[in-house]
Design a protein around this ligand. Structure first.
Ligand SMILES: [Zn+2]
Length: 174
């Protein structure tokens, strides 16, 4: 009995450690482990050398639909949905695995890390609560995140329709 709970605690600490190393905020750790806030703060300090940032998570669902975040979030959710569908990995473990694959992808392609682990976790919650959903782009057939309440017939994604704001600004200046 006692041994079992030790193993379970070791697993929780391992999970929290993985999450902290990937950049998770304290709220993510609290929601996904049974460790006390005090112990999580201690673990965070041990790993990061600093106290965890205080305050609420500032993330709104609108962030996921702005251009660059949408491309990165959609990439992440495609990986996540693939893992959920084709492996036995679920819940927070699926988020961790998908996030590591997302990091690999952006590293290989020399891209900026736009999506944090905390945002990735928040994104999955928005999809589960149906605030956001995933629909296919009519041009490239890729799946992209959109607001659930908006009407999206003939959705064209941010990659097929890249905003030309930068170009326009240059022209105006010239
Ligand atoms: Zn597209």
């Amino acid at each position: 009995m006692r041994e079992k709970s030790l193993i379970s605690e070791a697993k929780q600490i391992q999970l929290a450690t993985d999450l902290i190393k990937l950049g998770a905020r304290l709220q993510v750790l609290e929601a996904n482990t049974e460790l006390s806030r005090e112990r999580l703060v201690r673990l965070y300090k041990e790993i990061k050398g600093i106290s965890p940032p205080k305050g609420m998570l500032p993330y709104s669902e609108d962030w996921f639909t702005s251009w660059q975040p949408n491309v990165h979030s959609s990439l992440f959710i495609n990986i996540y949905n693939f893992i959920i569908k084709h492996t036995n990995v679920h819940t927070i473990d699926a988020i961790i695995k998908s996030y590591k694959l997302y990091l690999e992808h952006i590293e290989i392609n020399s891209l900026q890390r736009v999506l944090s682990l905390t945002r990735a976790w928040t994104l999955v919650r928005f999809l589960e609560s149906r605030v956001l959903r995933v629909i296919p782009c009519t041009k490239c057939k890729g799946n992209f995140i959109v607001h659930s309440l908006e009407i999206h017939t003939n959705h064209v994604c941010g990659l097929c329709n890249i905003p030309s704001r930068a170009g326009k600004t240059k022209k105006k200046v010239a």
